[in-house]
Design a protein around this ligand. Sequence first.
Ligand SMILES: Nc1nc2c(c(=O)[nH]1)N[C@H]1C(S)=C(S)[C@@H](COP(=O)(O)OP(=O)(O)OC[C@H]3O[C@@H](n4cnc5c(=O)[nH]c(N)nc54)[C@H](O)[C@@H]3O)O[C@H]1N2
Ligand SMILES: Nc1nc2c(c(=O)[nH]1)N[C@H]1C(S)=C(S)[C@@H](COP(=O)(O)OP(=O)(O)OC[C@H]3O[C@@H](n4cnc5c(=O)[nH]c(N)nc54)[C@H](O)[C@@H]3O)O[C@H]1N2
Ligand code: SF4
Ligand SMILES: [Mo]
Length: 695
Amino acid sequence: MNKPLDPRIGHSVCPHDCPSTCALDVELTADGRVGRLRGATDNAYTAGVICAKVARYSERIEHARRLTVPLIRQGAKGSGDFVTASWDAALDLVAEKFLEAEARFGAESVWPYYYAGTMGLVQRDGIHRLRHAKGYSRQFDTICTNAAWTGYIAGTGKLAGPDPREMALADCVVIWGTNAVATQVNVMTHAIRARKTRGAKIVAIDVYETETVRQADMGLVLRPGTDAALACAVMHVAFRDGHADRAYLARYADCPDDLEAHLATRTPEWAAAVTGLSVAEIEAFARLVGTTPRTFFRLGYGFTRQRNGTVSMHAAASVATVLGSWQHEGGGAFHNNGAIYTLNKMMIEGTDIPGRMTRNLDQSKIGRILTGDAEALHHGPRVAAMLVQNTNPVSVAPEQSLVREGFARDDLFVCVHEQFMTETAAMADVVLPATMFLEHDDIYKGGGHQYLLFGGKLVEAPGEARENHYVHVELARRLGAEHPGFAMSPREHVDWLLRHSGFGTLAELEAGRWRDCQPAFRTAHYLDGFAYPDGKFRFRPDWANVKAPNDGPMGPWEDMPSLPDYWPVIEEADTAHPFRLVTAPARSFLNSTFTETAGSVKKEGRPEVMIHPEDAALHGIDDGALVEMGNGRGRVSLHARHFSGLKRGVVIAEGIWPNGAHDDGTGINALTGADSIAPFGGAAFHDNKVWLRPV
Ligand SMILES: Nc1nc2c(c(=O)[nH]1)N[C@H]1C(S)=C(S)[C@@H](COP(=O)(O)OP(=O)(O)OC[C@H]3O[C@@H](n4cnc5c(=O)[nH]c(N)nc54)[C@H](O)[C@@H]3O)O[C@H]1N2
Ligand SMILES: Nc1nc2c(c(=O)[nH]1)N[C@H]1C(S)=C(S)[C@@H](COP(=O)(O)OP(=O)(O)OC[C@H]3O[C@@H](n4cnc5c(=O)[nH]c(N)nc54)[C@H](O)[C@@H]3O)O[C@H]1N2
Ligand code: SF4
Ligand SMILES: [Mo]
């Protein structure tokens, strides 16, 4: 039992889109307000640590610019000219417009658009119940996880791995393509524990010297999109030097001999030319992991946001198989634990509703969709009406110029339910004020750990802010959408979900705060076989069928290499675009969230692009100078910062700043593309060729 000893401490869970899903202790003041937030010390993964931006959450929850009343647009689209309205009037208008769109163009012309601004299962995913009950268009979620998950599953057959807490029991932790210090600080807690108690080595692999690279014992800074070459060379050395576990491979892998033959030419010299690393760096890394049985590969998302990202993820996971790392406590390759929670989400999502398999519109292609691209629309009706929750596409989606053009359409009706007047909300016809996580009930599951957690309502919402579930229920009533889930409260939903998933009841979860869902050691380490019928890890995946997309594989999937390899489909630099741009996360923002809080903005400063001093000299770009950066998709203006912790020809822009924070009002996603990463979609946010010039 974890009942609070101090009645002024409430229990909750961080709802943000972060693999750490921290268990929180929340200071509550006598007048019902929120004080400091801390990581729960008795949660084995959170272990008392949370990031700085959430620790000072009172700044966000009590923000003077929070939305507190419904608004209806009065002036032109995007003019910011709104009038306040009652909830009833605002919802009546939304329902009227949705019914009108349905009558004129069919139900699929309505597109509920959502994402993971909150990761709570009831508040985030309840929008699907409304969608399915009305036969609206579906959303194919591609913006974040597809490339990474598909690459991992291609090898293991399942999205699950060794207990993440075992990082603390490793002798080597390889933090690959994730800036953990910034994006999931708890990885560092466990890695540093291993260093302190076992003398473990920490390796970080990135495309610039991040804070994570700085804290590592070995930092490998390579060219963007070349990770598979590094992985291949490490496997080449493993076979060459006798570090490949041949007995393990014979039992647990599909075609180790084919792989070994294929890797014969993937030498460290070959990989050095591709990655920009030195042969010595590659050899040293290969020796370290090859001679350290307890090597924990912590594979992140960053290196998969490349057009060859799925192939790179699969190649990186393959290293753990060649070395047999999976067999050891503190060893193996971990990416995400999504598959350990077998949850029955029927009541939340309405997956029992017949006829729900409507067209599945690609989330990342929202710009193309709203501007009438026939292929992106699946040759169906145009999108005429939208409900947007938990996401800010005008800032975060690729091909921003198209996104903005789409949202500016006069014949598109948009309702945005938000906590702040985001750049998406500013383009809406109706804006509804939303609660924050401490003001509503929900259940959360950790991607980077193994807990299910309950976060209950602790404080009252300001003004008339209401939770997502309320909007689903009230719109359903007005639209004639029927499902038993609309008659239930969020707490009843959580209880139903738990009972029908074999995880007890809400009362039990609430009393214990969380439930540890970690599978047995043998299962998590795939000691009884990988999750394919023959129990073997796939070096040679059946790419077209790794996941079963109902629309079939996408991107240039037919050209994917059959065995782990460097696949040169990235946006290479050329004479007109001499740089490769990576749009990495900012430590004090979380996607577009926290760009509204003064503390975070102060820490981040201003939109900047980091460039190697020698490249800068060559292009006449002074440190701190205002520059223009562009490609065939658009251009942005921001300030240059000289930085030598990256390869020549690579530039880094941290953070999704509001478009309005840039001098010309255009944000970084004007430069990113929405074409699909093969074979299951995804946006290659870190794979852009650009030019740069002083202004
Ligand atoms: N502070 C903060 N935390 C966040 C977020 C945030 O924006 N800010 N976003 C949240 C979300 S939605 C997610 S999905 C997670 C994502 O968290 P991560 O798994 O960390 O993934 P990314 O943020 O995409 O990028 C991580 C790192 O990958 C590097 N990278 C880019 N291309 C390559 C490459 O080709 N090879 C290698 N080796 N590295 C490369 C980038 O430079 C960056 O440092 O973080 C979450 N947490
Ligand atoms: N250039 C570039 N672009 C990127 C990325 C990148 O690395 N580089 N990363 C991409 C990735 S990985 C992701 S996941 C996307 C994420 O992009 P978004 O989906 O926009 O992510 P967030 O900023 O986390 O959340 C969006 C909004 O949800 C709102 N919100 C939070 N909780 C609630 C709630 O309970 N109810 C309602 N109604 N609203 C709520 C917040 O106020 C916030 O404005 O961005 C992508 N865009
Ligand atoms: S580390 Fe991630 S989950 Fe933990 S408090 Fe920060 S944003 Fe939330
Ligand atoms: Mo994400």
